[in-house]
Design a protein around this ligand. Structure first.
Ligand SMILES: [Cu+2]
Length: 109
C-alpha cells in the first residue's frame, strides 16, 4: 500500500466519522477481510459506523466485492485490495460477481 493510498483512506475515514458523528459516538477503525480459497474471511463481520473495511485477494484468480446498490469493487487480481467506508448502520450483504456462491455480510452498528 502506498503512502498516497494510506493518506486517501485516512481522509475517507475522517469524513465518514464526521458524517456519522451526528448519530452517535464513533470509533473509526480499519478492518481487514481476506479472500482466500474462494472464501471471504471472516464472512460475518460487525464494525462500528465510520469504519473502513479492506478486502484483499490472496487467491491466484480474480474476485470482486459487490453489495447491490451499495458498493462494487473493480476486479481484484492477486494481492489487490478494495476498501469501503461504512457511514450508515445496517446489514450489508455482499458477494463476488464472478463466483456468486462467495458471500459475506458486514453488520454496521
Ligand atoms: Cu470470486
Amino acid at each position: 500500500m502506498t503512502i498516497a493510498t494510506i493518506r486517501h483512506l485516512a481522509i475517507r475515514c475522517a469524513v465518514a466519522a464526521f458524517m456519522a458523528s451526528q448519530i452517535s459516538a464513533v470509533r473509526c477503525e480499519t478492518v481487514s477481510v481476506t479472500i482466500d480459497n474462494f472464501t471471504f474471511a471472516p464472512a460475518q463481520l460487525t464494525v462500528k459506523v465510520g469504519s473502513t473495511v479492506t478486502w484483499t485477494n490472496h487467491d491466484d484468480i480474480p474476485h470482486t466485492v459487490v453489495s447491490a446498490g451499495k458498493f462494487k469493487s473493480k476486479t481484484l487480481d492477486t494481492d489487490d485490495s478494495y476498501s469501503f467506508t461504512f457511514a450508515t448502520a445496517g446489514d450489508y450483504k455482499y458477494f463476488c460477481s464472478l463466483h456468486p456462491h462467495m458471500t459475506g455480510t458486514i453488520k454496521v452498528e
